[in-house]
Design a protein around this ligand. Structure first.
Ligand code: PMP
Length: 356
């Protein structure tokens, strides 16, 4: 008898997969999505554009039109290459595969995005986590010491950080890049909400820095388009591991069209940032809630009893993310994606009821 337990690597069997609960019928504030649909006119134009796409053909081997659109929309300098992913999740996987070799370690700050650890272990890298301070600030000394100890082939930094929402100091990240013997990947998934904070201007100056960006949080999460911004030599290696045709023709056409109408997603993003401030103010009025600063489209808060608040919100038709039990610093923490003004008001009112 061929047993899974004998055939699948121990580390993979020990993983818990990336879990996404069903959200049918609930106000969905769990996954950092933009809550707004496209304006109806643009949605109709998109339907027409998609009807012209030749879905009998494979995508172009090198989707130059999509890459040119991303280059313009995200102001990527000419000297850097773009490597496309089926969402930035796939970029994390490609990078981990490229850096995996016997004895190599990937390092990430904790708590941070769960896929760093999963991608590293799946690719066969050893994994080391360095704790942030309890207030989620970067412990630069501990991080540099961990880099010295583990000599990581790969270091992930989420900037701003998910699930904590904060930005680490830029200069500290650059010191980590200097000290790291391997590649440092700075994941800027939440860049649209971070007031312009970015290390994009540093990539060309360094030999071991790659950025990750995505269209997901901008409002196109369903398309699954993310990308790496990398110096030529790194991009050439990642390209070898990118599956042929990893971004499908419909997603490419949709991203090209919507991103060409710069104002549409920018207005939605601005509204989300303004509503974040209102949600923060509403949370600050609630008894027993500690709210953390956010440079993203979500807000992290500690409540007196997170499992109870999570269930109470769900019973009131609102799905959020509970992080209780995922890291010692996150005890009783909930993460709220910024929704529409109405959704945010419902969330605040429901929480007020639960905490009363
Ligand atoms: N990086 C970070 C920090 C994230 O929070 C997420 C999504 N939760 C991703 C990457 C993946 O985004 P996507 O695959 O949709 O581009």
């Amino acid at each position: 008898m061929k047993r899974v337990a004998d055939l699948v690597r121990e580390e993979i069997r020990a993983l818990s997969g990336y879990h996404v609960p069903p959200a049918e019928g609930l106000v969905k504030l769990d996954a950092m999505e933009n809550p707004y649909r496209l304006p109806p006119e643009l949605a109709r134009e998109l339907a027409e554009r998609l009807s012209e796409v030749a879905i009998n053909r494979y995508p172009p081997a090198d989707p130059v039109a999509l890459k040119a659109r991303l280059r313009e929309s995200f102001a990527i300098p000419a000297g850097l290459d773009i490597v496309l992913g089926n969402g930035s999740d796939e970029i994390l996987q490609i990078v981990a595969m490229a850096l995996a070799k016997p004895g190599a370690t990937a390092l990430s700050l904790e708590p941070s995005f769960a896929m760093y650890r999963i991608s590293a272990i799946a690719a066969g890298l050893a994994y080391a986590g360095v704790s942030l301070r309890p207030d989620f600030t970067l412990d630069e000394g501990a991080t540099l010491a961990a880099i010295e100890r583990h000599r990581p082939a790969l270091t992930w930094i989420s900037y701003p950080n998910n699930p904590t929402g904060n930005l680490f100091p830029r200069e500290a990240i650059l010191r980590i890049v200097e000290a790291a013997p391997g590649l440092v990947v700075v994941d800027e998934a939440y860049h649209p909400f971070a007031g312009g904070a970015s290390l994009l201007d540093e990539v060309a100056k360094r030999s071991n820095l790659v950025l990750v960006r995505t269209v997901s949080k901008l409002g196109l999460a369903g398309l699954r388009v993310g990308f790496a911004v990398a110096p030529r030599d790194w991009a050439a290696e990642f390209e070898k591991l990118r599956l042929p045709y990893n971004v499908n023709v419909l997603s490419a056409a949709a991203a090209e069209l919507v991103l060409s109408r710069a104002g549409v997603l920018a207005r939605q993003t601005e509204a989300i940032v303004a509503d974040r401030a209102r949600l923060e103010a509403a949370l600050d009025k609630l008894p027993g809630v500690t709210r953390f600063a956010s440079a993203t489209n979500f807000v992290l808060a500690r409540v007196p009893d997170a499992p109870r608040a999570f269930e109470g919100l769900k019973a009131r038709g609102i799905l959020v993310r509970t992080l209780h039990g995922t890291h010692s610093h996150l005890s009783n923490c909930l993460r709220f994606t910024v929704g529409t003004p109405d959704e945010n008001a419902r969330l605040a009112a429901a929480l007020a009821e639960i905490l009363a």
